[in-house]
Structures are given as C-alpha cells and as structure tokens.
Design a protein around this ligand. Structure first.
Ligand code: EPU
Length: 422
C-alpha cells in the first residue's frame, strides 16, 4: 500500500493535460459486449478501475490489449460467459454496467450483488426496475442477481429515484435497450456528459439513440451493433480537482484537453469562491487563484455542482474568512473527508447531509486517511496548502481515478511524493 508525503505551501503554476474520463470509459468498455466485432478506444485513462473493468471483460470472453498509451483494443473470443464475480464487483461497483449489455446480447447475466461502500448504501433498485421493464426476469440468490430475458422489448420507463436520476442505471438500460425489440423511452434519464458519451459511442456502433443530454432518451432497438474506433471525452472531475489545487495554492494553472462546457457550473462556483478563469478555447482554460471567499453549494446532478467535486471545493473554502455551507444531495454519507480535513486544522461541522465550513486562516500538516476516491483527492488539495509535512494514507483510492496524479502535481510545482505505507 502507498501513501503521499506532501510538503504544503508551493504555489502551483504551469500546464496540465487532463486525461480521458474514468466514468465515461467504464460504461463504454462494458458496451463493447454489445458487439462481436473489434472495438478500438482512445483516451482511456490507465487507472486501477479501468484495469479492473478490462479484467472483467476478459472473464466475459473479450481479449483486451493496450495497443498504445491510452488506447485499447477489445476483441471477442467467446460469447458465452455471463458472470461478473464477487471478487471484481466488490472492488468496483461500476461492474454492474455489464448487466445491460450481457442481457441484450447473451440473454443472461449473473452479477454479484453490490454491497455498501464508503460513500453510502448505493442501492441498485433502479437498475433492476429498468431491466424488469424491458422484460428481464431477475432473482437475487446467494449474493448474485440472476437475470434472464428471452427477448428484450422496448418500453416507456421512468428511471427517477429518490435522489434523482441515476447515471449507471440510465447507461445500463440504454445499453440493454439498444438491442431490444421496438422503442424505449427513458424518462428521468441522467443528463451527465458521460451518459451522452456512451450514447454517442453506441450510435457510432449503429444504435439509434436520441435525446442524449436531456431527461428523456429515446432508443430504437436495432438487430446488431458493429465495431468502432472511438475517443473518450476528457475527465471533468479531474479538471475540477486541478482547479481546486490552483485555487488553494494561490496558483495559476493552464488546464488543457478539457471540454469547458462540462465545467460551466463548477467554474461559476469556483468563481464565487474567489477564483478567476480565462477560457482560451473549447478545450483549454486558465484557472487563477484569488482571495478565497465562502460559498453555498448544493450538489446536484448535471449540469449543477457534481458530488464528485464536493470534497475538493470544501478543501478550498476551508481556508477563508467566513462560513460556507455545502449540502450533499446525492450520496448521504459522503462527508468522511470533513473529519480528516479537521485534523489539518479546518473547522467543518457535519450535520446529516449538510456541512458547515467555518473558514480558518491556515491549515497545518498532519497524517490523514483517504476513505474513497474523491475524499482522497480533496485531502490532497488540502495538504497542498497545509503548513509543513502531511501524509495522505490509503491512496489506492486515489489511484482508482487519477492518472499520474502526483506526476501532474509535481510538474505544477507541488512537493508531493509517493512512498510505501507500512
Ligand atoms: N440510486 C438508487 N438506486 C439505484 C441507483 C442509484 O437509489 O439503483 C441512488 C444513489 O444511491 C444516489 C443517486 O441515486 O443517491 C445517484 O447515484 P447514481 O446511480 O447516479 O451513481 P452511480 O451511477 O452509481 C456515478 C459515478 C459516480 C458519481 C455518481 C453521481 C460512475 C462509474 N460512477 O455513480 O462516480 O458520484 O454517478 O454523479 O459513473 C466517482 O467517480 O468517484 C464516483 C463515485
């Protein structure tokens, strides 16, 4: 196991290139099950979660090879396996995304039932509701979902849950519906750019999907999908993390290879927090720190402030005059970083789904522990500004979602090293 050793206080400056989106790559990789032909994907980040999905695809009869840096070729060798085993699903919940493609193409799926995780209970009832509506029979037995469908048939389905739309459930149902008989309308669909990217990928394989990026997605089922070469969108959450790093360090960072439109709302909120932005083109921006100001934030589905950027902006506003309030509306238990940030001298009080952050004038280095991916990223952002030495433990969480994180931060002038954690 590794940890980061961070000496806070460096002002970040320079350029950083954003990697391909993890949360777009994962369902797109699962979507390769929908065709027997070769698929070549570019801009796939080389991350622990991506390697886990490749391992799952191998178990499901796909040969996967890195043919260049960030490019992967997927070839089918066997079309009969249907099982996503416990050992993989317990490490990566996004494994559930193979259910739709397996049902559509192989008519059966046996998926280990995902348990809870560090950010809350994370149920899968919406996925199940969607698959049943398309004509799947499901039984939950011995920790597995056994699903089978003689034929999937298009339906009008409302996928809205108690916390709003579901990204992976929308993706799962969209993939199943791509090969279903007739038309499917997904109401209450997730509008996230990662969902739209998956839809675009499927359309390039021959699917007929419209309404992407809106709450109603319409899918006209087709007989089969063909191979394709496709480039994955940039990771907007990684970009937001570097914006936060620039903001907390008093720095100025040129962020390249992003889609600036995916960052509209976060840019608005980081601006309210005192930062300045120069949008250079559709794919480049400069993020410049200013005097940090308190903010009020409600995490919400796209296009609003993403839950996946909540810990990072919390780190920034923990260092200012005034009180910020952050309400987490997506994952009720996603505040574990607050107590760790308090170890660095922040003053954050959590009450249910609300965190009240009383700004302080400095943070001081300490050992802190990452409990999940974005909590870990938020803690690294905090330690960049904490006086003296900090250690961020359990960074395997960060390795799941940030490609070359410390190298990118080092290139911007951060004093951060990876070391073995006893
Ligand atoms: N929900 C249900 N039932 C379901 C599915 C979801 O109640 O069947 C609830 C969730 O518990 C949550 C809300 O619906 O309260 C939204 O969750 P969603 O299903 O949208 O989350 P997800 O699809 O499992 C993806 C990302 C997450 C990101 C969320 C929200 C991937 C692989 N994961 O998860 O990313 O936080 O959407 O935007 O796309 C991360 O990258 O660190 C991460 C956790």
């Amino acid at each position: 196991m590794d940890k980061y050793i961070v000496k806070g206080g460096s002002t970040l400056s320079g350029e950083v290139r954003i990697s391909g989106s993890k949360n777009a790559s994962l369902p797109i990789l699962a979507g390769t099950i929908l065709t027997g032909e070769d698929v070549i994907l570019h801009n796939i980040p080389d991350l622990a979660d991506i390697r886990m999905m490749l391992q799952l695809l191998e178990k499901l009869g796909k040969k996967t090879e890195w043919i260049a840096k960030n490019s992967v070729r997927i070839t089918e060798t066997d079309n009969s396996s249907i099982e996503a085993p416990y050992d993989i699903v317990r490490k990566m919940r996004a494994s559930i995304a193979v259910m739709g493609p397996l049902l559509a193409r192989r008519k059966q799926a046996k998926i280990s039932f995902p348990g809870g995780c560090a950010i809350g209970p994370r149920p899968i009832d919406i996925h199940i509701r969607g698959m049943e509506a398309l004509g799947t029979e499901l039984v939950i037995q011995h920790g597995y979902i056994w699903a089978q469908a003689k034929e999937l048939t298009g339906k009008r389905i409302n996928l809205l849950g108690t916390h709003g739309p579901s990204v992976l459930a929308t993706e799962n149902v969209m993939m199943a519906a791509a090969l279903a008989k007739g038309k499917t309308y997904i109401e209450g669909a997730a509008e996230e750019p990662e969902v739209a990217a998956l839809g675009k990928f499927l359309n390039q394989m021959g699917a007929k999907i419209t309404g992407l990026g809106t709450p109603i997605i319409e899918i006209e089922g087709v007989e089969s999908l063909h191979g394709v070469e496709f480039t994955v969108i940039p990771d907007r959450i990684e970009a937001g993390t570097f914006i936060a790093a620039a903001g907390i360090s008093g720095g100025k960072v040129h962020i390249k290879d992003v889609d600036i439109h995916h960052l509209d709302y976060p840019i608005e909120k980081f601006s309210e927090a005192g930062m300045e932005f120069e949008l250079l083109s559709e794919t480049e921006l400069i993020a410049k720190a200013g005097k940090i100001r308190p903010v009020q934030i409600d995490t919400k589905p796209y296009p609003y402030f993403p839950t996946d950027m909540q810990a990072q902006i919390m780190a920034v506003v923990s260092l200012c005059e005034g009180i910020s309030v952050i309400k987490e509306n997506i994952f009720p238990d996603r505040f574990t970083h607050a107590a760790e940030m308090n170890r660095l001298g922040a003053e954050i009080q959590v009450d249910g789904m609300t965190a009240v952050i009383r700004g302080v004038d400095h943070l001081s280095g300490a050992a802190v522990m990452a409990s999940d991916l974005r909590a870990g990223a938020g803690l690294v952002v905090s330690t960049l500004a904490a006086r003296g030495l900090s250690e961020v433990l359990r960074i395997y969480h960060i390795d799941r979602g940030y490609e070359c994180f410390e190298q990118k931060l080092q290139a911007l002038g951060a004093d951060i090293e990876r070391a073995a954690q006893e």
